[in-house]
Design a protein around this ligand. Structure first.
Ligand SMILES: Nc1ncnc2c1ncn2[C@@H]1O[C@H](COP(=O)(O)OP(=O)(O)O)[C@@H](O)[C@H]1O
Ligand SMILES: [Mg+2]
Length: 254
């Protein structure tokens, strides 16, 4: 199973949108996908599930056994025609696991994920911080994607996230590879955004900025609002986004 962590130390950059977009892109290809929602806000969970179960990723963090994770995993309620996506749901109480207690405590999600079978891809949606939950995700993953936006503070956030990835690589997870940085919500014909994209290339190197960049498209809000995979909208914008998601997925699976 390939496991990818989607992270950023800010909210609203598009982590959840990218998580769900990659999940449905992979399901369309016939892959079995598990979305792991490590954000206490649980946005991915509420988009994928209308019913709340009694067991969540919080139980897995407390007791990372095969029995717990199997009990917590639930099928997603999106139209089944898109393929198989299951979700390891979040719970607001997982915020208590975000306090950093040292690297000796890491590895719970990794252990639980290693105990299950039948998935080709696990996508971990991280909280908007670089605390213990994001470190759990980076410990469990072989791939990481940093999501940012073309803003002044975007570059700073990416710098911090890169440092975090290096620390995990040098410590608990030498197998972790940066798939790249996704520059999201990019406006065409904006000098400011062109400048921020160029700044990011300078910061991370051309090969680490995933191409193409992701344009700002209303399709993301439409998908969210209607509870459908973005690929199912069938609009011009959604088709454009779907193509880009496919290109990102190729890199995650490589
Ligand atoms: N490329 C995009 N174009 C337009 N809106 C977007 C794009 N990506 C994300 N959004 C919107 O931005 C908001 C925040 O995205 P979200 O994925 O929830 O961010 P995060 O999980 O990082 O907090 C959502 O309303 C989402 O629909
Ligand atoms: Mg989110």
């Amino acid at each position: 199973m390939r496991t990818v962590a989607i992270l950023a130390n800010k909210g609203g950059t598009g982590k959840t949108s990218l998580t769900l977009g990659l999940a449905s892109a992979a399901a369309h290809r016939g892959l079995s996908v598990l979305v792991v929602d490590l954000d206490p806000q649980g946005n991915a969970t509420s988009i994928l599930r209308s019913t709340v179960g009694a067991t969540s990723v919080g139980d897995v963090l407390a007791r990372p056994t095969k029995a717990t994770i199997e009990q917590a995993i639930a099928p997603c309620e999106w139209d089944a025609s898109i393929g198989e996506i299951d979700v390891l749901p979040s719970h607001p109480n997982i915020i208590r696991f975000d306090a950093w207690k040292g690297s000796g405590t890491l590895g719970k999600v990794k252990k639980a994920l290693a105990s299950i079978e039948g998935y080709d891809l696990a996508i971990i949606d991280c909280p908007p911080s670089l605390g213990a939950l994001t470190r759990e995700a980076l410990t469990a993953a072989q791939r990481a994607i940093i999501v940012t936006t073309p803003t002044y503070f975007g570059a700073q956030g990416v710098q911090r996230a890169l440092e975090e990835i290096v620390e995990i690589q040098q410590g608990v997870n030498p197998d972790l590879v940066l798939t790249g940085v996704v520059m999201n919500k990019v406006r065409s014909a904006s000098d400011e955004h062109d400048f921020r994209v160029a700044e990011m290339v300078e910061l991370v190197g051309a090969k680490n900025l995933l191409k193409p960049t992701m344009p700002e498209r209303i399709a993301f809000q439409q998908a969210e609002g209607t509870g459908t995979p973005i690929q199912a909208l069938g609009t011009l914008g959604s088709r454009e986004v779907a193509k880009i998601l496919d290109a990102y997925l190729d890199k995650v699976l490589r």
